[in-house]
Ligand binder design. Structure first.
Ligand code: ZN
Length: 396
């Protein structure tokens, strides 16, 4: 009997181990399930715009994990990473930094987890303007295939902010290899910025850089305008004209920006007739009051303001525009006899002029940001080439 009991002992031990293991596993599952529920609740708080409640919940989860030490390593990591991101989104970047730095230094986490921590740490540094520290982290992440694209995008953002255009060009070129684009507007503008920043003694040729800009984004009017500037400085007016006129094909909304340079070049070439032909062609392609006014100027110079006034009257009938109307009244004043009618015209001219002055000249077609001068990267939505001349995008 005693022998039988001895024989049963290993079975009893195995059963005890099995039951104990099952109970421990169940506890672990319970805690994991509780964590998952809490995690989902926290995310729901975030989605319903209640970040305060979410932070409280995540903090509570973290405290429990620290005391009970029974949660899977990965869940704890996710919760801490999310908590850090929450702090950053609430503007408490010092807290976010502390959490993400702790995750990065902790010996408990894997190399892959630390890469995620580094990624968030870099975002914290960007938020507080420590670009050099963010840059160092992103440079590390570029070597990791899963992180490379995001890291290169962020490096481009940093170099845009620090105006390090050569570096911006380098990262955008690498990015273009990973994620090719048919029309790479960002890269084209980095080339433009870089070409414009070159000093006279620089070894690089701005013309070559700007041609590369046109290769990656054939519609980049800025590259054409900068090329024209270089050629005007070299008194190569023929090449300048070619690039300025190219703007009409690239993006007619910007044509008003090049007309004064184009007129200057044609004057230097003694070919004002060709300028007139170009304006007529432009007015057929797009309805832009800058083109109408330039054409009226030419007619006024050649045939007098009465002829120009007649031309503007036709244009106003077809495409009403405040800018054209303002000039039309000016011509009427010039041709009117002194008296009450002329005084009324002067008053009307002044009022319309005031309205034009109060308005903006440029607007972002993406976010609606308005400005008095042409900016290539919208300060509000950060898009390149989205700010367009109002005269080119509508008639008012
Ligand atoms: Zn914008």
């Amino acid at each position: 009997m005693l022998e039988l009991l001895f024989l049963l002992l290993p079975i009893a031990a195995a059963y005890g181990w099995y039951m104990g293991h099952r109970s421990a596993k169940k506890d672990q599952e319970d805690i994991s399930n509780k964590l998952s529920r809490d995690y989902v609740t926290g995310v729901n708080f975030l989605l319903s715009n209640q970040p305060e409640k979410a932070v409280d919940l995540f903090l509570d989860m973290l405290q429990k994990q620290e005391t009970e030490n029974e949660i899977e390593n990965s869940s704890q990591f996710e919760a801490e990473l999310t908590l850090g991101n929450l702090f950053r989104s609430r503007g408490e970047v010092d807290r976010a930094l502390r959490i993400h730095q702790a995750l990065d230094r902790s010996p408990n986490y894997t190399f892959e987890q630390k890469l995620l921590a580094k990624q968030q740490l870099a975002k914290d540094f960007i938020t507080v303007g420590f670009y050099d520290r963010a840059e160092a982290l992103y440079i590390m992440l570029v070597d990791e295939p899963e992180f490379a694209e995001g890291a290169l995008q962020q490096l481009a953002v940093i170099y845009q902010k620090t105006k390090e255009w050569k570096k911006a060009v380098n990262v955008a070129e690498k990015l273009a290899k990973i994620a090719p684009k048919e029309d790479n507007i960002e890269l084209a503008h980095y080339y433009c910025e870089y070409a414009a920043s070159l000093s006279v003694e620089a070894k690089e040729d701005p013309v070559e850089i700007l041609h590369t800009a046109l290769k990656v984004s054939p519609t980049c009017v800025r590259a054409s305008m900068l090329l024209a500037n270089v050629f005007i400085q070299q008194k190569n007016y023929r090449s300048a004209v070619k690039n300025l006129e190219n703007v009409l094909e690239q993006n007619p909304a910007y044509i008003g920006e090049v007309l004064s340079d184009l007129k200057f070049c044609y004057q230097e070439l003694s070919q004002l007739d060709n300028f007139e032909l170009f304006l007529i062609k432009a007015s057929q392609i797009c309805h832009n009051s800058a083109v109408d006014l330039a054409l009226a100027d030419l007619i006024a110079e050649k045939d007098g303001t009465l002829a120009a006034q007649t031309k503007l009257y036709q244009q106003l009938n077809q495409h009403p525009s405040t800018f054209v109307f303002h000039r039309f009244i000016q011509y009427q004043i010039d041709n009117a006899e002194d008296g009450r009618a002329k005084d009324s015209l002067v008053l009307l001219h002044k009022m319309v002029g005031e309205r034009i002055r109060q308005g903006f000249d440029y607007r972002c077609v993406n976010c609606g940001y308005q400005t008095h001068k042409l900016i290539w990267c919208c300060p509000s939505c950060r898009q390149w080439e989205s700010i367009k001349p109002i005269r080119g995008i509508e008639h008012n």
